[in-house]
Design a binder for this molecule. Structure first.
Ligand code: SF4
Length: 606
């Protein structure tokens, strides 16, 4: 659903980015605007599965998604965290979102504090305000939400009685440092098991009148909770020269990871919301983690080892989803590698529903799968070769040849699909202008195979992410990125049936900065809400560029080094070096392979 941008807000790939809400700090609570409350009540009326609990004697949690309702309700991490909190007797969890751009003015005009959906309670009145943050782009919305809630942006100046602020989700599990000034604590890793332990600890503390410092020390006792105030860093230029825990804090934060997810409910759209992205589809996570080891892919490394959910449970969730909303989305980093995927699709089609998959790997496509996708309602096949040249795909360990890609395009065409969307990256390690030209050739080749079909290219700048083999590599120079974008656009501008969509390089720069920076990036985040994003970018231009372009060495201290996701750093470095040489690494072999370190707990169990 397109979102109409409000002055001071922009919409980037359907995500709203507030760069200056001009919203004054709410000093005292006024009445909630009836128009805003009515909109929320209407949404609740259309939802199915939401929970309303009395707060008495319970830990009151407001779970916040740092973007608009339609995106938050289509995010399984957010939905699952809400479900886990509310499954606990001693906890009540309500939801809040970044208001739509068109509503921000009404909040300001009526001095309405941001409030929760379920009971329309101002966020400031909860014991715990917990953010679920999957993407770095949304960091800039967090100070806006806090301002609208009347909550001081910086932890250090928040008064006694203010709610505790925590965050979890993929982005902060990789590198929470840019938000270190804003949050009291972070849940690093998976929500399963972690949410329950944190809620239980805070509920116990709630009754004991513990002050915030003691509460944070108690949270620090949990292996996977990071309390930024308990760590000190020293810097020299863009480098970190030292990092140490203080006040007896642990030296490593062990990310919460469950080697098996069988004990936990299948993440799904526990609350059905017709206005959610993907046409309100009922989302079901059928697997977590990807075995392929593509060296650029953060989802591939963060969620290792690959874990497939039980077929019976998946089928039951699919059937329930189709009964509820007639449309199911299968979610995971490697959905097309789910061993019984065709059975799952058959199950959905027998229930007469439509189905979508969050990812498709080109070399997993065969005629029977494509036939099922067609029957499931697909009109466009979206796949990601990522790089067009053989050498470049070897660098990223994509593990497929040009012939395989073109053979898959032929199968897609034969199956009757007339639209193909291809994802590519530019700015990958060792990339040259020739590699950008290869993207042009591959697009033309795919279009020739498709005859009258349409080919849409999506070209994004590569952002080296924490906990991947390329974490040491610098973000590509902006002029170089722009030149390669021009090469691609110019090479295809006269081609019929091929369109090119390119991510803005300045958006990519901000994203790269927020993904890779240390805690000094907090100043940029705070300034972006105070003076607007453009002013913050101008003021921090030099430091942003030197931070993102920094190519780090094997012994460099990385801002996220204090986190342990089970991935052996020496292994990641070796993979980086293999990537630079274009050497291949085979996929995971869970149970027999222990090379990256994540599966060592399996070995210890034997
Ligand atoms: S140890 Fe081997 S099987 Fe386990 S996650 Fe790492 S690469 Fe995959």
């Amino acid at each position: 659903m397109p979102i109409i941008a409000f002055k001071g807000s922009r919409v980037v790939n359907k995500r709203v980015l507030c760069d200056n809400s001009n919203f004054k700090l709410v000093r005292r609570f006024e009445l909630i605007s009836w128009a805003l409350k009515n909109k929320v009540l209407k949404r609740l009326d259309r939802e199915r599965g939401w929970v309303r609990k009395e707060p008495g004697g319970r830990l009151a949690v407001c779970l916040v998604y740092p973007n608009v309702y339609s995106l938050g309700m289509a995010n399984l991490g957010f939905q699952t965290a809400c479900h886990f909190f509310n499954a606990l007797d001693n906890c009540v969890c309500e939801r809040a979102f970044l208001p739509e751009p068109s509503d921000i003015e009404e909040f300001a005009r009526t001095n309405t504090p941001l409030f929760s959906y379920e009971s329309q309670t101002p966020l400031k009145e909860f014991d715990l305000v917990a953010f679920s943050i999957p993407f770095e782009q949304d960091y800039l919305n967090i100070p806006v939400i806090l301002r609208m809630s009347g909550i001081e942006i910086e932890t250090a100046v928040r008064p006694v009685g203010a709610p505790l602020l925590m965050a979890g989700g993929a982005a902060v599990s990789l590198n929470p440092e840019p938000l270190a000034d804003l949050f009291d604590a972070f849940l690093i890793g998976e929500a399963e098991g972690g949410v329950e332990a944190i809620a239980s600890r805070l509920w116990t503390l709630k009754g004991s009148r513990t002050d915030k410092r003691d509460a944070l020390l108690a949270l620090d006792e949990l292996d996977y909770v990071y309390v930024p105030a308990l760590y000190e860093f020293s810097f020299e230029g863009a480098d970190i020269t030292g990092a140490r825990p203080v006040n007896g804090a642990k030296s490593k934060v062990m990310a919460r990871k469950n080697m098996s997810l069988d004990a936990y409910p299948l993440p799904a759209s526990f609350i059905s919301a017709p206005e959610a992205e993907f046409s309100g589809a009922h989302l079901v996570e059928i697997e977590r983690g990807c075995p392929r080891g593509c060296r650029f892919c953060v989802a591939g490394f963060l969620y290792l080892p690959p874990r497939w959910r039980d077929l019976g449970e998946v089928k039951a969730a699919v059937t329930e989803g189709i009964e509820r909303v007639h449309k199911v989305g299968l979610v995971g980093a490697a959905v097309s590698e789910y061993p019984q995927l065709k059975d799952v699709l058959d199950c959905g089609m027998r229930a007469r529903g439509s189905m979508t998959l969050s990812s498709l790997r080109l070399d997993m496509l065969d005629a029977p799968l494509l036939h099922r996708l067609k029957a499931a309602g697909y009109s466009t096949i979206t796949v990601a070769p990522e790089a067009a040249g053989e050498r470049m795909r070897a660098v990223i360990n994509k593990g497929m040849t040009g012939e395989q890609i073109m053979e898959s395009v032929r199968l897609i065409t034969e199956a009757g699909f007339a639209k193909l969307k291809l994802y590519f990256m530019i700015g990958l390690p060792t990339e040259t202008d020739e590699d950008a030209r290869a993207i042009v050739d591959m697009a033309i080749g795919a279009r020739a195979v498709m005859k009258k079909g349409a080919v849409a290219l999506s070209v994004n700048a590569f952002i080296p992410k924490p906990f991947t083999p390329f974490q040491w590599h610098g973000f590509e120079d902006m002029d170089c990125l722009k030149r390669r974008i021009s090469l691609i656009k110019d090479g295809l501008k006269k081609e019929r049936g091929i369109t090119v969509n390119v991510m803005s390089t300045s958006e990519a720069l901000v994203q790269a900065y927020l993904a890779r920076a240390d805690r000094r990036a907090g100043d940029f985040i705070k300034q972006s809400v105070r003076d607007g994003l453009k002013a913050a970018m101008r003021a921090h231009d030099k430091e942003m560029r030197s931070s993102v372009s920094l190519s780090r060495q094997a012994d460099s201290i990385l801002p996220w080094d204090f986190i342990d996701h089970g991935l052996n750093k020496a292994y990641l470095w070796m993979e980086y070096q293999k990537g630079l040489q274009g050497a291949a690494t085979p996929p995971c072999d869970v149970g027999r392979c222990f090379r990256c370190g994540v599966c060592l707990p399996f070995l210890q169990e034997r």
